[in-house]
Design a protein around this ligand. Structure first.
Ligand SMILES: [Zn+2]
Ligand SMILES: [Zn+2]
Length: 264
């Protein structure tokens, strides 16, 4: 058992809580732009914290078990293998998350996902509040695929670890109920490729659509994206949060035109 594997596993156990606490501290001590100005029901944060102790070590436990048993075979580390592994993990997780998430919104499988959806107004702790079964299915889908892939191609321990670090960080931000991107984000290149916190916040508030994780590609392909995401993002980022969970924003009515006035 390598020292690298032990260090990565320990970091995966603690890092999600580190990001959650960091994002929560930022939201409380900095002037942030909420997506919804709706109070959380009493007891939500305490429930999410309770769930987190049970579910956050799942990724680390599976990562360690598959690696130490040899089921997930990793190659000697090189920069190209690490980058390739990171990209493969990123792309596969987008597909796996979308497919499993849509499946868990069906009546038959909703019992797996309903604990996560008890939080309609999200906060950073929502990002670590799941049923044990949901976290197990999500992580097994990622690491099981990588274990299979490792039979045919070289994979990097650090590439997988780096992906999980990105996942925990963006997931804490994605549930933080504040928008840190500038108004009009979805009209720019980055906004066409990557989601901002508004995206998943709307999924919790409205329960359906916006199933994607870090990107909107699959929601666009299967027409499951809320059409007013750009308008809600612009409103939130402009300091005018939505005041009801059921509120919709008409298209083109709130877009902010950023006009540069030429210097005289
Ligand atoms: Zn959902
Ligand atoms: Zn969520």
């Amino acid at each position: 058992m390598s020292l690298e594997l032990q260090v990565c596993t320990v970091m995966l156990v603690v890092i999600a809580h580190g990001f959650v606490l960091g994002v929560e501290w930022f939201a409380r001590h900095r002037s942030v732009k909420p997506v919804f100005s709706v109070p959380e029901p009493p007891g939500q944060r305490a429930r999410e914290i309770r769930n987190s102790w049970l579910t956050t070590p799942i990724h680390a436990a599976l990562f360690f078990t598959l690696a130490v048993s040899g089921a997930l075979h990793t190659a000697p580390e090189t920069a190209s293998v690490a980058v390739g592994t990171f990209l493969l993990t990123f792309l596969w997780t987008e597909v796996w998350h979308y497919a499993s998430h849509v499946a868990m919104h069906t009546k038959a499988l909703h019992f797996i996902h309903k604990e996560h959806h008890r939080s309609r107004v999200t906060d950073p702790w929502t990002s670590v509040s799941f049923s044990l079964l949901e976290k197990l299915i999500f992580s097994l889908g990622i690491l099981g695929f990588l274990a299979l892939a490792s039979r045919w191609c070289e994979l990097s321990l650090f590439g997988i670890f780096a992906y999980y670090v990105l996942y925990f960080f963006t997931n804490a931000l994605g549930h933080a109920n504040f928008e840190f991107r500038k108004p009009g984000y979805y009209t720019r290149f980055m906004g066409r490729v990557f989601n901002s916190p508004t995206y998943h916040t709307l999924h919790h508030a409205r329960y359906i659509k916006n199933y994607g994780l870090m990107t909107p590609w699959l929601d666009r392909l299967f027409s499951t994206e809320w059409p007013d995401v750009p308008e809600v993002q612009t409103r939130a980022a402009s300091g005018a949060p939505l005041t009801r969970l059921t509120e919709r924003v008409a298209r083109d009515t709130t877009r902010i035109q950023v006009v540069k006035v030429p210097a005289r």
